[in-house]
Design a protein around this ligand. Structure first.
Ligand code: 3PG
Length: 305
């Protein structure tokens, strides 16, 4: 029997898990959950006899892939697949997919929520500022960036974007202004919302030099990946500019060194951009259906390796 393993250290909402299981078992496959595991070796063991695996930010590394004797497909229920060893998967003939767009509204809502929370001084009762009429720069105009733009416009923000991989016309039709360089984006934006993936080109790319270009009372919003931030550069900037604020969906690695700047910062305790029932249902069901489509019909839409 085809076995689908759902390995989620951070589980899907119960309602989503039930629906995912229903889809997989209706296809005649077995569905096994490994949730809230604390030892990565448990994932390696559970994957040993799996034909297909659904993960979230779980590390599908070389050990998982090489030990999984029957493995044919891994689907990352979500957008970023920097947690999958694509080289190891390709070498073993394992197809890797993501589920683009399925959790993007949830992530976008969190970005705006964190902006309001920080602009209102952590809701501590003191006088804050409003988003209306401020400029929001969207760094990468993919599914999340597009949703952030839509919601920000509802707040009355001016929205500009930088994305060399998206046609200008596709950005402009959303009423968003296109800027041609990353430097322009940062120098013109009161807020910058990051939506770049973490890869060899982008890691540490959001550095002191770039952030220094932001105007007074600027805020950087990170619902992407902590690895894209040059953390030493960010710390330097925070120490020089008490007006600069950073909010992020997951704390930086050097959080311990940032205590002195706590009023300028907000970090979620665990990555929670996609932690909504709706996002879990959308991404989880898409993942289950993609596995069935691949096993039954060889459908490789959304293959990333
Ligand atoms: C994504 O890449 O889709 C998001 O970062 C969500 O990650 P999560 O599934 O671990 O919440």
């Amino acid at each position: 029997m085809t076995k689908v393993l759902i390995a989620t250290e951070k589980p899907f909402a119960k309602v989503a898990a039930e629906q995912i299981k229903g889809i997989i078992t209706s296809a005649g496959y077995s569905c096994v959950f490994l949730e809230k595991y604390t030892d990565h070796q448990d994932f390696v063991q559970a994957a040993k006899d799996a034909d297909a695996i659904i993960i979230r930010s779980d590390k599908a590394n070389q050990a998982v892939i090489e030990n999984a004797e029957k493995l044919k497909i891994i689907v990352r229920a979500g957008a970023g697949y920097d947690n999958v060893d694509l080289q190891a998967a390709t070498a073993k003939g394992v197809v890797v997919m993501n589920t683009p767009g399925q959790n993007s509204n949830a992530v976008a809502e969190l970005a705006l929520g964190m902006m309001v929370y920080q602009a209102r001084n952590h809701f501590n009762g003191s006088s804050g500022t409003e988003l209306k009429e401020k400029t929001l720069g969207i760094h990468a105009y993919g599914n999340v960036g597009k949703n952030v733009a839509r919601i920000a416009k509802g707040f009355g923000m001016k929205v500009i974007a930088f994305d060399p991989f998206v046609a200008d016309a596709d950005i402009k039709k959303d009423g968003v202004e296109v800027v041609k360089t990353v430097e322009e984006l940062y120098s013109q934006s009161n807020y910058v919302s990051l939506h770049i993936p973490a890869n060899e080109k982008t890691k540490n790319s959001i550095n002191y030099e770039l952030l220094s270009k932001m105007p007074a009372n600027a805020m950087l919003v990170n619902t992407a990946r902590k690895e894209v931030i040059d953390e030493a550069g960010l710390k330097q900037l925070l120490s020089e500019r008490s007006d600069f604020r950073y909010v992020s969906d997951i704390a930086p690695s050097n959080t311990g060194e940032l205590e002195a700047f706590s009023s300028q910062l907000f970090f979620t305790p665990k990555k929670m951009g996609a932690q909504t029932s709706e996002a879990n249902i959308n991404a989880g069901i898409a993942a289950a259906e993609q596995i069935i489509g691949f096993i039954e019909k060889g459908d490789i839409t959304f293959k990333v390796n």
